[in-house]
Design a protein around this ligand. Structure first.
Ligand SMILES: [Ca+2]
Ligand SMILES: [Ca+2]
Length: 178
């Protein structure tokens, strides 16, 4: 059984990925979100941007393939909820997305994500400022308020784990769901 926290995390991610707010996920949401997120770090290299845009598209393709039970080309909240039931079907996609997003937060390539870039990217995805701040703090930033790229990428992977509770990613749902 997924934890309550995992269900909350998934509900939140659905509401954010529904970028046009029409209540279902479709290809346009991921184009909209992808453009918004890559624009958040203007100094990112072209390679990092196209990698993240590709990751958003791949993400959508995986959701469509795995979750569109009624085959209407859209993923409803009910269809999306099944994401927690069989997480290994999404592992490769989440992996790629996590690495691509975390890499965007490190435009100077020193292996560390500065808080300003983290905040810009997470704001572009649609998370709320207090939640973003709490998550960054939970990653225990060091060395001039920065966190290692893999720390963030692992945090994203954990966010999707149905069995996890009490993880840094739970700071993102505080005050937003239920
Ligand atoms: Ca939508
Ligand atoms: Ca559907």
């Amino acid at each position: 059984m997924p934890t309550t926290e995992a269900n909350d995390r998934v509900r939140l991610v659905f509401s954010l990925f529904d970028a046009d707010g029409n209540g279902v996920l479709e290809a346009d949401d991921f184009e909209l979100m992808g453009k918004r997120v890559v624009a958040a770090v203007p100094e990112a290299a072209d390679g990092a941007r196209s990698r993240l845009l590709d990751a958003f598209r791949r993400y959508w393709q995986t959701l469509l393939r795995e979750l569109d039970a009624d085959g209407d080309g859209r993923v409803s909240p009910e269809e999306f909820a099944a994401i927690v039931l069989d997480p290994q079907r999404f592992d490769a996609t989440v992996d790629e997305f996590a690495d691509a997003l975390a890499a965007m937060g490190d435009p100077d390539g020193d292996g560390l994500v500065e808080r300003t870039h983290f905040t810009a990217l997470m704001t572009a995805i649609g998370f709320q400022r207090p939640n973003i701040d709490a998550l960054f703090d939970a990653f225990e930033p060091v060395d001039g308020d920065r966190v290692p790229v893999p720390t963030w990428a692992d945090g994203i992977r954990d966010y999707y784990r149905p069995e996890k509770a009490g993880i840094p990613g739970d700071h993102l749902t505080a005050g937003t769901v239920r």
